[in-house]
Design a protein. Sequence first.
Length: 115
Amino acid sequence: VQLVESGGGLVQPGGSLRLSCAASGFIFSSYDMSWYRQAPGKERELVAFIISGGGNTNYADSVKGRFTISRDNAKNTVYLQMNSLKPEETAVYYCKTRVLGWNYWGQGTQVTVSS
């Protein structure tokens, strides 16, 4: 199982970014996917979740209405569209899946929200 995130970077407050996570090594369309983030000095937290078929999603209360998780099972990729970003959302963003009882994480992509 391999997960590779991309799309992070520096963005001004109120700006937008779209993160991608390319998956390989497992039957992507059969597994739920999640995005997490970890800010400096804080614990990793769940941001968004999408079921295998893409028909159901869940979000942390802090991002509802601003972030959208989606997936393209033909491309083995999960996305996180982030709008109206806030400085306190500066963090490393990770995608994650759970396959056969094991958790798998990507290497993370840095998102910095600053003017």
